[in-house]
Write a protein of this length. Structure first.
Length: 288
């Protein structure tokens, strides 16, 4: 796929002004339209990034949906974080019109998107993945093909569930250290050089917590959604996941306390509130 083949860029967003502004910024043949059908009618490959699998299904198969505008042989590249079973239903609906689907959720957060360093977790046929891979290569730094349609979304929710449990576990460990009299900032540095380190310790506590920002752009409620999907997949395969189950309960309580739209970082603040201790820099006298 050459860059010339990507010049006809048609945009749609729930915020029409946002799509129009982006179209003006892109210039050339970029155009904002009013319905998913219009996007599809002007495209051989449609890329979606939406809140969940039901929204994707509605946008693709509903009234004025993508399926009604696509030409046979076209591909939907869905980069949302979705329920794999809904992804398979959407793919089946597209197949009735002679079209195919690749699910390719991402890891890397807002800054990864801005820097074109996303990681794609991909599900789909070999031919379809090869067809859309040049687009993913433009947007990201790594592409992993995990299997058929739905495989990428399965990997995404499992990745996020592991991340969620790791964040809660790390927060509890740091609070125990703080109350014992250790400096949490130094402890994170130790973890990052030791076996207890993770992406969470490398990219979250110094950047979001110790400065009291709690401003990770990823939403707490979306993390909780992905945990639910992962636990649903485990139930489907009769896989015991007691740690995930307990983690989900904790995240539910944090979500209830934080309210709609809260940053995923608010999980740490909720853990702090349970102990009455803030994760601030510096050693303090040991708690009795």
């Amino acid at each position: 796929m050459s860059c010339a083949e990507c010049e006809n860029r048609t945009l749609l967003d729930a915020d029409a002004q946002l799509a129009q502004g982006l179209a003006q910024t892109l210039g050339g043949e970029a155009q904002a339209v009013a319905t998913p059908r219009e996007v599809a009618a002007r495209s051989d490959i449609v890329i979606t990034m939406l809140p969940n699998g039901q929204v994707v299904k509605d946008v693709v198969l509903g009234k004025d949906g993508v399926v009604h505008g696509l030409k046979p042989g076209s591909v939907l590249l869905d980069t949302s974080s979705c329920e794999p079973w809904l992804t398979q239903q959407t793919a089946a609906g597209l197949a009735e019109g002679g079209c195919t689907m690749v699910d390719a959720p991402v890891s890397g957060a807002q800054w990864g998107a801005q820097d074109a360093k996303l990681v794609f977790m991909v599900g789909g046929s070999d031919a379809d993945v090869a067809r859309v891979k040049p687009l993913m290569d433009v947007m990201g730094r790594a592409v992993f093909h995990l299997g058929g349609v739905g495989s990428g979304h399965a990997m995404k929710c499992i990745n996020n569930c592991i991340t969620a449990v790791t964040l809660a576990n790390s927060a509890e460990g740091l609070l125990a250290s703080k109350r014992y009299g250790l400096d949490p900032k130094v402890m994170v540095d130790v973890l990052n050089e030791s076996t207890g380190g993770s992406w969470i310790t490398q990219a979250h506590f110094h950047q979001r917590v110790f400065n009291r920002g709690f401003d990770d752009p990823f939403k707490l409620e979306l993390m909780l959604k992905d945990m639910g999907i992962a636990i649903g997949l485990a139930a489907e395969t009769d896989t015991p996941v007691p740690i995930w189950g307990l983690g989900q309960q904790l995240w539910r309580m944090a979500d209830h306390a934080a309210g709609p739209g809260a940053s995923v970082s608010e999980l740490v603040r909720w853990v702090e509130n349970q102990s009455g201790t803030e994760l601030t820099a510096g050693a303090t006298p040991r708690k009795a």
